[in-house]
Design a protein around this ligand. Structure first.
Ligand code: SAH
Length: 263
């Protein structure tokens, strides 16, 4: 069996037991919760999650060799799916809300986060997300308005999730060692969030603004609206500001305005 870690699948396995335990503890599984782990790899987190006796436990792993390994290790104690999370629709997986653990390749973490936020059906299935990111990317997700890291990821995540930084994880905790420091973030769905009809419009709007990060917002506004000055006035936006100076709420309102006008 091929067991050499595959770079193409971002395989950096967690070795440090204390870190593994701290990650598992975040989900507070004791009270009979349903769990989904994505990219379980060789099962280091899986093993400790299982000790907490979750009510249901699903894992989704893309690498067939690792799926075989997991099957030998855990047998039928967990539900193992050999799928690519990017092409898998989670909405029908479980009737109960899920706590999701994912120590995934860094680029995939951001992709699935955006995918889930913008897909109402999938989003409904979450109770909590506990995901690993490259530190720089995590900083962008938690960044505040006016800071250099602030951008699309902060705005889109902030729309319907409360985000918490848990802790940084040193490359030494993994095998093979990644080149960068990791940060673990946890996300919980907000009870109340700004009403946007199609979340993809928020993606679109923020893309247009932040593609022109250094320009004044009158430029993207012109691109989006026939009457940009009227929109700016209505939303109380100073058109000489830059994209990073607008709050997430400003972006939600711009998106709403956009949706109202294209209807
Ligand atoms: N969670 C494990 C493994 C981390 S390595 C640990 O902490 O030790 C990342 C894992 O994600 C690998 O097992 C890799 O095969 C898997 N993976 C990569 N891309 C994936 C995808 N698109 N869908 C599902 N799993 C994926």
């Amino acid at each position: 069996m091929e067991t050499r870690p595959k770079k193409s699948l971002g395989q950096n396995f967690l070795l440090d037991k204390n870190i593994i335990k701290s990650i598992v503890n975040i989900g507070n599984i004791k009270s009979n919760k349903s769990i989904l782990e994505i990219g379980p790899g060789t099962g280091s987190l899986t093993e400790f999650i299982l000790k907490e006796k979750p009510k249901n436990f699903f894992v989704i792993e893309k690498d067939y060799n690792l799926v075989k390994l997991l099957f030998n290790k855990f047998n039928n104690k967990i539900n193992i799916l050999n799928e690519d999370i990017l092409n898998f629709n989670l909405s029908t997986l479980s009737k109960e809300k899920l706590i999701v653990y994912g120590n995934l390749p860094y680029n995939i973490s951001t992709q699935i986060l955006t995918k889930w936020i913008t897909n109402n059906n999938e989003f409904e299935t979450f109770k909590q997300l506990i995901l690993m990111f490259q530190k720089e990317v995590a900083n962008r997700i938690i960044a505040k308005t006016d800071s250099k890291d602030y951008g699309r990821l902060s705005i889109i995540s902030n729309w319907r999730l409360d985000v918490k930084k848990e802790f940084d994880i040193s490359p030494n905790c993994f095998f093979p060692k990644p080149k960068v420091v990791s940060t673990l973030l946890s996300f919980t769905p907000k009870k109340k969030y700004f009403n946007i009809t199609d979340p993809r419009n928020l993606e679109k709007i923020t893309k247009i603004f932040f593609n022109q990060r250094r320009k004044m917002i009158k430029n993207p506004l012109r691109q989006l609206f026939k009457n940009p000055y009227m929109v700016a006035k209505k939303l109380n936006l100073d058109i000489d500001l830059r994209p990073q100076n607008l709050s997430p709420l400003d972006y939600f309102k711009i998106t709403k305005q956009y949706e109202d006008l294209i209807d």
